[in-house]
Ligand binder design. Sequence first.
Ligand code: BTN
Length: 252
Amino acid sequence: MHKIFAKPLFLGKKVVFLPQCHSTNDELVSIAKNSNEPEGFVLYTDDQIRGKGQRGNVWVTEPHKNILMSVLLKPKFLTPKDQYFLNLVVGLAAIDLLRNYSEGNLKLKWPNDVYLNEKKIGGILIENNLRGTVLESSIAGIGLNVNQKGFNISTATSLYLETGKENDRTEIMEKFLVYLEHWYLRLKSSSQSIILGEYHKLMMWRGELRVFESDGEEFEGEILGIDSNGRLTINRAGKLLNFGIKEVKFVR
Ligand code: BTN
């Protein structure tokens, strides 16, 4: 057990810290399914040895340097069709958080990879638990690279690499929870259009002519935004195409 986070209103009032675990999302799922844990329950670790990413990828980071946390949400107010809004609010919270530490170029690469100065600084993995048509619970997992000083891949970065400063990870987690709470409560009070507007402003490559790949074929197109199902809308030579997460890759 860990001390609670004082600043948020209802997130982080029950907190478990594990020095090491496989995946904070998996740990939180297994704890939450056997008991009636409160909304806002947070589980985090210093060393995640089987971190999960989107599209079945792994999330690998150096121990003791970064943020690896999962938050239990109970968004029963959302219809299954609107569950993608959780991705948007977690992404917006991550951007608000990082603005405290960097004046660099912060973007969300659809659906919700967090980019600073054209490099990936964070990733979000949301796992939803639907009972019938009710979104009973969601696990919002976030990995943020904070104090790591090097990466094997040239497309990854950390706050340290972008700003030259080390930061206190507990303080960052607490701030993140405050921003997440803010956006989550806006979602709950039906501010969908504001959330969509903010998300669209932050979308990486939006309005630029870029190269994408789908079904093994590369094509040029312009991101217009997301549709009412959260899919990516690309204008390909005047034709509007919508893609789900596994259906399109950003090439260059
Ligand atoms: C991605 O960019 O592919 C998403 C990465 C999400 C990683 C975080 S780290 C904390 C939480 N636990 C996991 O196993 N994954 C998420």
